[in-house]
Design a protein around this ligand. Structure first.
Ligand code: SF4
Length: 193
């Protein structure tokens, strides 16, 4: 497992790419998940997530995955479970103070982040761990949040346009006239096409 974890960090860029694609698919599946019910899909998705990420990253299913901010090095493998950088006890060569045979997960995170396009995210301070989310699917939660934000943004854009035109006509009718329908469109409509 440890070797596979190191492999994932060495190939952090490739895993970043894969993660972005998986996330897009999950976001696109939001209407399906919503129809089935997020509570119902939680268990099967969490099982798949656990299986995949345990093999690749020694995932502990904390429920708030930060791999994309930590160079694909899971911080929950730190014996102190530090989420914002290493402690002061890192040994020479970047080895762990508690488990000297293991490289510090944060030394590895720094190396992995250097290989990633979004590697600078390692500089952002991560929020404290919410232990009530332990065992839940990060994939599902993140994709659900992103889908909700996309919906809100689309709705806001629609509302803004709908509000802008009447307002523009009221203030200065000449700048927002009602457009004439092109003759071709009118003909097509009349012909039922
Ligand atoms: S950060 Fe959490 S969800 Fe992500 S691999 Fe580590 S334990 Fe698993």
């Amino acid at each position: 497992m440890y070797r596979i974890r190191l492999f994932a960090i060495r190939h952090a860029r490739a895993f970043e790419w894969i993660y972005q694609r998986v996330e897009r698919v999950m976001v696109a599946l939001d209407p399906v998940f919503a129809r089935i019910g997020y509570a119902r899909v939680e268990r099967p998705v969490a099982l798949v997530e656990r299986a995949v990420k345990t093999v690749l990253f020694d995932c502990k299913m904390c429920g708030q995955c930060v791999l994309s901010s930590t160079g694909m090095s899971c911080p929950m493998n730190c014996p102190k479970e530090l989420r914002n950088g290493p402690c002061g006890g890192v040994r020479p060569g970047g080895f762990c103070e508690v488990r000297p045979q293991m490289r510090c997960v944060w030394a590895l995170a720094w190396e992995g982040a250097g290989r990633m396009r979004g590697g600078d995210r390692i500089r952002e301070v991560l929020p404290p761990l919410d232990r009530s989310l332990r065992g839940s699917s990060s994939w599902l939660r993140v994709s659900r949040e992103k889908a909700a934000k996309l919906r809100e943004a689309r709705q806001a854009a629609r509302t803004a346009v709908a509000q802008a035109f009447p307002e523009a006509r009221r203030i200065e009718p000449a700048t927002a006239p009602l457009a004439e329908e092109p003759a071709s469109a009118v003909n097509r409509e009349a012909a039922g096409r």
